[in-house]
Design a protein around this ligand. Structure first.
Ligand SMILES: C[S@@+](CC[C@H](N)C(=O)[O-])C[C@H]1O[C@@H](n2cnc3c(N)ncnc32)[C@H](O)[C@@H]1O
Ligand SMILES: Nc1nc2[nH]cc(C(=O)O)c2c(=O)[nH]1
Ligand code: SF4
Ligand SMILES: [Mg+2]
Length: 222
């Protein structure tokens, strides 16, 4: 069973698939607890916030209610909602605390393609066809860090940037890991910070990396 915070259809606002109509399956629970996380409502799955999948499918955005659902029930909810998008973004919270093979394979059986948004701090178990976006995280407090294996599985490394220090951290990760030469590298400014955005533009031009600005926050869509 998976713990799900919300299921909604929107436009992918981040990374390589920016602009792609997508159905988001947002998982509950994350152990990393980044201080600047823009989705803190997903961190815990407290029993008092448990609801049914039906209630989760129609709830207001941003609440910490969640439900326990099987991959079959999630795919059925996708069909019932009459969504159009065939691009499924599995995010969270931290979705990779779960084995995502059953969910990703079930969605592929109905002609969908899956993408995972992950911190890279848990083992990535998903179908071969899944596009894996790793946004590297290091949490000394929780003793969790992005793994070599996650960076090597990544189709895309989308790195959050606040200052030049974050660029140095990414350079170190890339120098220590033998990533696939086709891996897309994207820089994402933290919390739409103007200085961080200007720095990301400068470095993306110099390195021929992709800029990822969270377009949904500028468009004010989910
Ligand atoms: C909420 S996280 C969930 C997936 C996974 N836990 C992860 O960190 O990749 C989804 C994406 O939002 C990004 N994100 C979270 N908080 C952000 C913030 N304040 N500014 C910019 N991006 C943020 C993460 O880096 C990640 O790429
Ligand atoms: N539109 C939109 N695009 C997104 N890309 C990654 C998101 C996430 O929270 O994982 C996200 C999100 O929350 N909304
Ligand atoms: S790993 Fe992702 S969901 Fe967890 S706290 Fe960090 S940004 Fe938020
Ligand atoms: Mg988001």
């Amino acid at each position: 069973m998976y713990t799900i915070n919300e299921i909604f259809e929107t436009i992918q606002g981040e990374g390589h698939f920016t602009g792609t109509p997508s159905v988001f399956i947002r998982f509950q629970k994350c152990l990393v607890r980044c201080t600047w996380c823009d989705t803190k409502q997903t961190w815990d799955a407290s029993p008092k916030n448990e609801r049914t999948l039906n209630e989760i499918s129609t709830k207001p955005k941003g609440s910490s209610t969640w439900c326990a659902s099987s991959s079959q029930e999630i795919v059925e909810a996708y069909r019932k909602q009459g969504f159009f998008s065939k691009h499924i973004v599995i995010t969270g919270g931290e979705p990779c605390i779960y084995d995502l093979r059953p969910l990703s394979e079930k969605f592929e059986e109905i002609g969908c393609r899956c993408q995972i948004e992950t911190s890279g701090t848990s083992e990535i178990l998903t179908s071969k066809m899944t596009w894996v976006t790793v946004s590297p995280k290091v949490s000394k407090k929780q003793g969790l860090t992005v793994t070599n294996a996650a960076l090597c599985r990544a189709n895309e490394i989308k790195h959050l940037v606040k200052t030049r220090r974050d660029i140095e951290i990414l350079d170190r990760l890339l120098s220590e890991t033998n990533i696939n030469e086709n891996t897309v590298i994207a820089l994402q400014p933290m919390s739409q910070n103007i200085r961080a955005t200007k720095l990301c533009i400068e470095i993306c031009i110099q390195r021929n990396w992709k800029l990822s600005v969270q377009t949904h926050k500028y468009l004010n869509i989910p």
